[in-house]
Design a binder for this molecule. Structure first.
Ligand SMILES: C[S@@+](CC[C@H](N)C(=O)[O-])C[C@H]1O[C@@H](n2cnc3c(N)ncnc32)[C@H](O)[C@@H]1O
Length: 292
């Protein structure tokens, strides 16, 4: 189950984990975590959300689940003690009891999961009725500039690479996460854009993490022969610095965030039986057909 693009905790930290750590406190506030809540961090990665929860809610019991064993080991080593536990597991099939959490959070993971509806059903199952399920996904199309710049230049060199651009991933466009939450009859749904600044101390601080084979962009760079990799590096340097000397680079990173309250079991079962899938709704919107 482990993907090579999510395989090394320290490399992931340099690539994306540092931005997850900057973003996580905003997301935890958005999810309305309270001290003492039982919190589940789905797709916990190297532990950014868990660390943010532990900082503001030190009496909270936190469980992190991730499919990548190296990330689980990395995160657990940073959180000794009884209050925090990380486990290898699949978001689509959680080995956790029904209604055992007050808040279930998932940061930058739902777009990677093949059966997102199943994952959301699982997140709702393990959250008590009246508890909150929240998620956030980068706006890969426009608002996540560090990756937008990368893919624009990669595609300018090789137009075929358009298919690998993360902007094609599900749930990263405005409104998609919200539609998924509403379809599943989550209540009091709130949806907003949350933004951070990704600040790089130099061009190398921007570029070198792409060489660590983490995430889809790193996985793409790992396939490039040295000459093509250098061409991409030079284009990115030109795009970010022009002909000028090296200097710090500040880019914006926007994510779409959603939260909703878990309804009673009866309402939830009705939603699973009757709701058109989000993909059906989106396809219907594109084609002008009604979704039911
Ligand atoms: C982009 S990382 C985000 C990690 C962390 N939440 C963060 O914000 O830094 C996506 C994570 O989802 C995990 N993942 C992918 N598919 C999964 C699945 N089916 N079940 C659990 N975790 C999964 C990956 O191993 C990876 O840690």
């Amino acid at each position: 189950m482990q993907s090579p693009m999510f395989s090394a905790g320290d490399a992931y930290e340099r690539f994306m984990g540092r931005w997850s750590r900057t973003f996580a406190p905003l997301f935890v506030r958005f999810a309305r975590v309270r001290n003492g809540d039982a919190v589940l961090d789905v797709g916990s990665g190297t532990g950014a959300v868990t660390a943010a929860v532990a900082a503001v809610a030190p009496s909270s019991r936190i469980v992190g689940i991730d499919s990548a064993a190296p990330y689980v080991a990395f995160a657990q080593a940073r959180h000794p003690g009884d209050m925090v536990r990380f486990e290898v597991g699949d978001a689509q099939q959680l080995r956790l009891a029904d209604a055992s959490f007050d808040r279930t959070l998932s940061l930058l993971i739902l777009n990677f999961i093949p059966d997102r509806e199943k994952a959301l059903n699982e997140m709702m199952r393990v959250t008590r009725p009246g508890g909150t399920v929240a998620a956030a996904v980068w706006d890969y199309g426009q608002g996540m500039e560090m990756l937008r710049v990368f893919w624009d230049e990669a595609i300018a060199i090789s137009p075929d690479m358009n298919a690998r651009d993360e902007r094609h991933m599900p749930l990263c466009r405005s409104g998609e996460l919200e539609a998924l939450w509403r379809e599943h009859r989550l209540q009091d749904v709130s949806y907003e854009a949350l933004t951070i600044e990704t600040g790089f101390s130099s061009f190398d601080d921007y570029w070198s993490p792409f060489l660590e084979n983490q995430g889809p962009a790193g996985a793409y760079v790992a396939t490039l022969p040295a000459r093509d990799r250098e061409q991409l590096r030079l284009r990115l340097r030109q795009r970010l610095l022009g002909d000028g000397p090296d200097r710090p680079i500040a880019l914006g990173a926007r994510a779409w965030a959603v939260r909703g309250v878990v309804p009673s079991r009866a309402l939830r079962d009705e939603a699973i039986d009757n709701g058109p899938s989000v993909s059906a709704q989106i396809e219907a919107r594109k084609s002008g057909r009604p979704s039911i």
